[in-house]
Design a protein around this ligand. Structure first.
Ligand code: ZN
Ligand code: ZN
Length: 410
């Protein structure tokens, strides 16, 4: 028996007046998701706890069976792990952005969404930064996509408890990293020294001269956020004795998957945006299940559209996900495969950010008792046989069907 878990990032929503009170999932044309719901069991899931809005990293920790509120140690180290950097115990990592600064003000937090090739050249220039005041701390850095990078500080007595230098909004001054505990004062100094050196190196970089000449925003600074260390968790591969793989592009999600011990599967054309090649992802999933017991597949697009509060794009993305599910219903051997589909949180169009609403869940497979629910939506799944679950229960439902859970008691 095999199992697949598909998480559609930010797909759940709220009733929208423009849609006559329907949610985007209800209003979009989703014959395949509805067919899957008809053949399976459904329910709704509080990813962390009722009403608590999760970040995507925390949400995925929960969906992989961890007590996310306890084990989470910040986003930075997961981001770095997802960027294929080595993260060791004691390392403190941050998510970074190339940004445009002018006179100490952050003018654009994404340096005009700088292209990946240019950002990679700038990241190279920062590769061998030596901190003069803290020569015992090594700076490791990797560019991921567009303006994004991951930064790891390695050395004795570092702490993740420092404030962000990213002010979070354009037009505000570059923030100074401040220690949030006494033990974090060295790390705050390290972060501030790195920030000063990066400003100097990037400010003098020929690529920025060229961007200025072409009327583009300079990428003359690095802003950091989400300081973190690696959580200590038992990989789910060991916990459930399964061979597990994942299909995901977003670094943060890749980091959580790697932490959980899953093996990455690369898919050409998967982009982590609304333009992603969902069919290629589905093909890879079918293939991966020939080798692995469990495969996780992440689709990001609906969350991007929701943050942009773009209803049409969200519905179009949901319909593309539906096409992917249709392909899977045709190609997966459902005599020996369990398939679960859910979201990691709601990102309502009206809010443009994650909320704590429950998300719909469906599971189908050879021995799943169909519950008579005929559609996959926030509302229809409320009446499902799985009832109302917590995020960390979902993996147990699958592993139970796979016979991977030990009996509790005699
Ligand atoms: Zn998410
Ligand atoms: Zn989001």
């Amino acid at each position: 028996m095999k199992a697949a878990l598909i998480v559609c990032d930010g797909m759940a929503d709220r009733p929208i007046r423009r849609l006559g009170g329907k949610t985007p999932l209800e209003a979009a044309s989703t014959p395949n998701l509805d067919e899957a719901a008809r053949r399976g069991a459904t329910g709704i899931v509080d990813i962390l706890a009722p009403g608590i809005p999760p970040g995507s990293d925390v949400a995925h920790l929960a969906l992989f069976g961890y007590d996310a509120l306890k084990v989470y140690r910040g986003r930075g180290a997961l981001e770095a792990l997802g960027a294929d950097m080595e993260v060791k115990p004691g390392d403190v990592a941050f998510r970074g952005n190339f940004a445009t600064l002018n006179d100490g003000l952050v003018v654009d937090r994404r340096a005009g969404r700088i292209d990946s090739a240019s950002a990679r050249r700038l990241a190279e220039a920062l590769q061998n930064i030596k901190l003069e005041k803290h020569p015992d701390v090594e700076v490791l850095l990797r560019h991921t996509t567009e303006h994004r990078l991951a930064v790891v500080f390695r050395g004795p007595r570092l702490s993740p408890h420092v404030s962000d230098t990213d002010p979070g909004k354009a037009g505000l001054p570059l923030a100074e990293a401040k220690p949030l505990t006494v033990a974090a004062s060295k790390t705050a100094e390290v972060v501030n020294e790195f920030t000063r050196l990066a400003l100097k190196i990037l400010g003098e970089h020929p690529l920025n001269e060229e961007r200025k000449r072409r009327g583009l925003l300079e990428a003359n600074g690095v802003i950091l956020r989400g300081g973190g260390v690696l959580p200590e968790v038992e990989p789910l591969t060991a916990r459930f004795n399964v061979k597990a793989a994942f299909i995901a592009v977003t670094s943060l999600i890749r980091g959580v998957c790697k932490l959980a011990g899953m093996k990455p599967i690369k898919v050409e054309g998967a982009t982590g945006t609304t333009k992603t090649n969902v069919k290629a992802k589905a093909e890879s999933l079918v293939k991966a299940l020939e080798t692995y017991d469990f495969c996780f597949l992440h689709v990001k697009g609906a969350d991007n559209a929701s943050h942009d509060q773009n209803l049409e794009e969200k519905m179009a993305m949901i319909e593309r996900i539906d096409g992917m599910v249709g392909y899977l219903l045709d190609r997966l051997n459902l005599e020996e495969t369990y398939l679960a589909i859910t979201a990691d949180h709601a990102t309502p169009i009206s809010v443009g950010n994650h909320t704590g609403d429950p998300v719909p869940l469906l599971i189908l497979g050879p021995e799943v008792l169909a519950d008579g629910v005929e559609a996959f939506s926030e509302r229809a799944c409320m009446r499902g046989g799985l009832g109302r679950l917590r995020g960390k229960d979902v993996i147990h439902l699958l592993m139970n069907y796979l016979g991977r859970l030990k009996k509790f008691g005699a």
